[in-house]
Design a protein around this ligand. Sequence first.
Ligand code: NCD
Length: 321
Amino acid sequence: MSTPTPEQLQLDAQQQLRHLLTLENLPPQILHALLDRAQSCVRRPGEPVVMSDTLRGKTIANLFFEASTRTRVSFELAARRLGAEVVNLDLDLSSASKGETVLDTLETLAAMNIDAFVVRHRDDGIQAMLASRMAPHIAIINAGESHLNHPTQGLLDALTIRQHKPDFENLKVAIVGDIRHSRVARSAIHALRILGTNDIRLIAPEEFQPHDLQDCTITDDMPKGIRDCDVIMMLRVQKERIASGGLPDMDAYVRKYRLDAAMLARARNDAIVMHPGPMNRGIEISNEVADGPQSVIRQQVNNGVAIRMAVIETLLGRNMK
Ligand code: NCD
């Protein structure tokens, strides 16, 4: 029997979501249901947050083998706002890097009645391996896998776009920067494809162009690439994933690929500007654009909590029916 793919592993026999490993080929009805559920959990800063006890008695463990601020905090807030308990483990990569060690850590914690593990790891395939080995009542949520998948980020990006530009089939989306090493770009593309977006332009110097995303338009010409775009997603240079000597000349990079007001003027005048964070202000994006009227960067962070509530509730609520 061949090994199941992450796409297969994350669905049960009824085609319901039981883990969240990837957005690649996610059934559209599951994607729409997650976005709709998340939208109902959105509360803007200053409004009272949703508080429920739907997941009382459930425990979620955050296992981050790579640095994270917003993703980890938003998973924690999401779980608490649904009434679940949360444990946070910031794991030192040097003491627990390979798959078997991670499995051992999870099995140890599972013995303490953990219901879901939120896992971020620099290696490929760790989350799928865990999903294939854990007891059936345990859910694995991928919170960042190598350069490959970051499904909750892809969902929050899709939700943010939908709040401004719901006509996905007619969108022109530009993703700019270090696409080769970006799991954010891959998960966003997976979501956009399902939602019907065909015009996706990947804009990067040769060193940052992906080899695995042939169905998108790829260019090194930013002024041309962002012309008439509705959505511009800027990415950080993933220095931690680039071998020494693999970086382009950063001064030239900033001159050609930074999104500043003059560059932004080439897109549609109602284009939205996105960034998953953390931002390197002055490198890929200027302050005036990051903080300007077209920026939805803080809204992405706000939506992140709602998306993680929807994901946790969908996965854990399943066992409570
Ligand atoms: C991203 C990540 O970790 O993949 N951050 C995030 O989750 N918001 C992007 C990045 O680190 O550049």
